[in-house]
Write a protein that binds this ligand. Structure first.
Ligand code: AHM
Ligand code: MG
Length: 342
């Protein structure tokens, strides 16, 4: 047996092989490589923490009325700058910007649209807990040279690529171009992402759930019943004990689910009835939904597939239930039964 370790597969090589197989074109390959480079820069800033002067509030707010952290703003700037001049994109849209931003006139415009949540899990920045970047790539509609928000309003099924980068004990990029979900770990010495978990698979069954239980009193009856039954464990109608985890960084919770299964839930609640959920469809639910489906899991609003939603607004919110497919089906049954008996 050879003493040499098998040649590692870098993100660069993976993308070139996907291009050779005809599954992505050169433009999309280069676009993903640019996003990965931007994530490497964000990873460096995140890991410097207090030494880099990046912790704390920026003193500004975003379009959703949320206070911005310095790292939210910095990460947004890094992604915008990195993607401005490559010629692969027509426009970017972000959680941190009111409207989409077309590529400046000084640079050539490409055929793709990029959406991102530049730093997800902002409440965890100052306490040194994992955060991440989430992104989604769509095609710019034919003939559109200066995209506006409405050109981004495409269902999740139209995504040509989706991914996230998690800034945890190690930095990992998890990516799908529609042919499985693959995880790459950043080798800091080499400055390259290396494939460490190809074809991630989410087990169909799980005994682990993730939800912010402090909102329980605001949930609708179907959710109250579902979680009550999970907590009842072996003695309850589900007939087994469930474990619970809640990191409050969607990237970290979804990463655990892609790694060992589970169900992640952020349901609609009555705290602010005008908002149909907390998480955003275009740059949180849709990319995570694609990654989870490509790993054999399911992503639902509790009443239907997330990726089938026809979006109406760039910053629209949705209830999110994603992960192990049998558990997502179980929670959909609770919602269906509640409707039937209403
Ligand atoms: P953010 O994009 O402003 O960081 O908000 C999204 C985050 C998710 O990462 C996480 O699942 C959720 O908000 C946590 O919400 P809560 O603080 O209600 O537990
Ligand atoms: Mg977010």
């Amino acid at each position: 047996m050879s003493n040499h370790p098998a040649a590692s597969i870098s993100l660069t090589r993976y993308l070139i092989e996907e291009q050779r197989a005809g599954r992505i074109n050169a433009e999309l390959r280069q676009l993903i490589a640019v996003v990965a480079r931007a994530c490497t820069s964000i990873s460096i800033a995140v890991s410097k923490g207090a030494l880099g002067g990046v912790l704390g509030d920026a003193g500004t707010g975003n379009v959703q009325g949320e206070a911005q952290k310095k790292l939210d703003v910095l990460s947004n700037d890094i992604l915008l700058e990195a993607n401005a001049w490559g010629g692969h994109l027509a426009a970017c849209a972000s959680e941190e910007m009111d409207h989409c931003q077309p590529i400046p006139d000084a640079y050539p415009r490409g055929n793709f649209l990029l959406l991102f949540d530049p730093l997800d899990g902002s409440s965890n920045i100052d306490v040194n807990v994992s955060v991440g970047t989430i992104f989604s790539v769509l095609r710019c509609p034919d003939g559109v040279t200066t995209p506006t928000d409405e050109h981004f309003l495409q269902p999740g099924t139209a995504q040509v690529a989706a991914g996230y980068c998690i800034y945890g004990p190690s930095t990992m990029l998890v990516l799908s171009v529609g042919h499985g979900t693959h995880a790459f770990t950043l080798d800091r010495e080499q400055g390259a992402f290396v494939l460490t978990q190809g074809d991630m698979r989410i087990p169909d069954e799980t005994a682990e759930f993730a939800i912010n239980v402090s909102n329980q009193r605001h949930w609708e009856p179907a959710m109250q019943q579902y979680v009550e039954d999970l907590l009842a464990g072996k003695q309850g109608p589900r007939g087994k004990d469930f474990n619970m985890r809640w990191i409050a960084s969607m990237v970290a919770d979804v990463h655990r689910i892609l790694t060992r299964g589970g169900i992640f839930i952020y349901p609609w609640d009555r705290k602010d009835p005008s908002k149909p959920g907390k998480l955003r469809l275009m740059y949180e639910a849709n990319p995570m939904g694609m990654l989870v489906e490509q790993a054999g899991g399911a992503a639902s609003t509790g009443r239907g597939r997330i990726l089938d939603i026809a979006p109406t607004q760039l910053h629209q919110r949705v209830p999110v239930f994603l992960g192990s497919r049998n558990e997502v089906a179980a929670v959909e049954r609770y919602h269906a039964t509640a409707v039937a008996s209403a």
